[in-house]
Design a protein around this ligand. Structure first.
Ligand SMILES: *Cc1c(COP(=O)(O)O)cnc(C)c1O
Length: 384
């Protein structure tokens, strides 16, 4: 059969199942108010938790970076693409996370593929939470190690997969689960890892900048050290508001990644100006603790309001708040109606989340106002 015939049939099935994915064009900068599909909307879908993606100082740092270093990095880090801003950012990230060293990756997706591939090979074991981000799962598959998925946040389930063999065992988990907003039980995972001599890796994409008094992320929140969680990965495109990702850990870990991580070696370094912008943003993350305080206050305000409206929210104290509806078509319908009323909440459906758990994923930002949150609550109350 002809390519297009096969694909069209497949696409039709997706559409019927309510699984068809569409992109909507945003015609404005990111922010709590965006212009989307020709309509002004209050945005409750972004991962720009601290409101830094279009912060004037971050934008200025980007522009200055371009004036000084040009637009592109021209090569991978190991050829001639590793520039002053990249290196400064790595040093700042190591200091901020309180770790020996940090290594920049162009994206978080690549970081996860690279880390797991560099640490794990055939015959080794990768243990992952069932609800981990796709990039962690793909990293394990690509590594050719054996992947075992334990029940969500369940240390007993994890323990049943750990062995006493001397093969390498890597436990990898989201810190804040990206589609649920709950936290991994990291202290318990660290204890189990120590007992079984397994290595623990946390992907703090949604905790970095958001959790901990200074925004150092989930490890600050739980007061966990490099010793107990040797591999920390986080991204710079969410709370930091720019682009890119990094890994932080020991000298030996970082040197190993430089030698072996294929998604580090065989890809172009991110634009140097993006590193300049991330550096400025990191300074704001660290200093402006009011952003996290405001965010926490908004989360509480939203949850209190939702409770009085008897909306069924999943348990989460982070800016990721979800209403699980189950039915794909229903989630799409509600998302569409919200947009018509000037509110943007994206419909999250399988395979991003397990079958039967389609949901509205609402994200809050330090830049939201209480009255914007109230508008969302009122609209939800009418539609549910
Ligand atoms: C977004 C995300 C990534 C991927 O990061 P990018 O920089 O967007 O490629 C990895 N892990 C988690 C948990 C994420 O939410």
């Amino acid at each position: 059969m002809h390519l297009d015939e096969v694909l069209k049939a497949e696409l039709r099935v997706r559409e019927q199942q309510g699984l068809y994915r569409r992109r909507f064009i945003v015609e404005s900068p990111q922010g709590t108010e965006i212009h989307l599909r020709g309509r002004r909307c209050i945005n409750f879908s972004s991962n720009d938790y601290l409101g830094l993606a279009a912060h004037p100082k971050v934008q200025q740092a980007f522009s200055r970076g371009i004036e000084q270093y040009g637009a592109g990095s021209g090569a991978s880090h190991l050829v001639c693409g590793h520039m002053t801003p990249h290196h400064e950012l790595e040093e700042a990230l190591a200091e901020f996370t309180g770790r020996s060293r940090a290594l920049l990756f162009s994206t978080g997706y690549q970081a996860n593929l690279g880390i797991i591939g560099a640490l794990i090979g055939p015959g080794d074991l990768v243990l992952e939470d069932r609800l981990n981000h796709a990039s962690l799962l793909d990293g394990a598959l690509l590594s050719r190690g054996r992947l075992r998925r334990y029940s969500h946040a369940d240390t007993d389930s994890l323990a049943s997969f750990l062995t006493a063999s001397d093969r390498r065992q890597l436990i990898a988990t989201d810190g804040v689960f990206s589609m649920d907003g709950d936290l991994a039980p990291l202290p318990e995972l660290a204890e189990l890892a120590a007992q079984k001599q397994a290595w623990l890796m946390v992907d703090d994409a949604h905790g970095f900048g958001v959790l901990g008094r200074q925004g150092r992320g989930i490890l600050e929140h739980f007061s966990l050290s490099q010793q107990s969680v040797p591999v920390l990965m986080a991204t710079l495109g969410k709370a930091v508001g720019v682009f890119g990702a990094f890994v932080a850990g020991s000298e030996a870990l970082i040197e190993t990644l430089i030698q072996k991580a294929r998604t580090y070696i065989y890809t172009t370094a991110l634009p140097p100006a993006a590193a300049c912008a991330a550096l400025e943003s990191l300074r704001i993350v660290k200093e402006e603790t009011w952003r996290r305080e405001k965010l926490q206050a908004l989360v509480k305000h939203f949850r209190r309001g939702a409770q009085s409206l008897e909306l069924h929210l999943s348990p989460s104290e982070t800016p990721i708040q979800t209403v699980i509806l189950g039915d794909n078509h229903k989630v799409l319908r509600i998302s569409q109606t919200l947009w018509e009323r000037g509110i943007w909440v994206v419909a999250i459906r399988p395979p991003t989340v397990p079958v039967g758990t389609a949901r509205l994923r609402i994200t809050l930002s330090a830049s939201h106002t209480e009255s914007q949150v109230d508008r969302l609550l009122n609209a939800l109350a009418e539609l549910m």
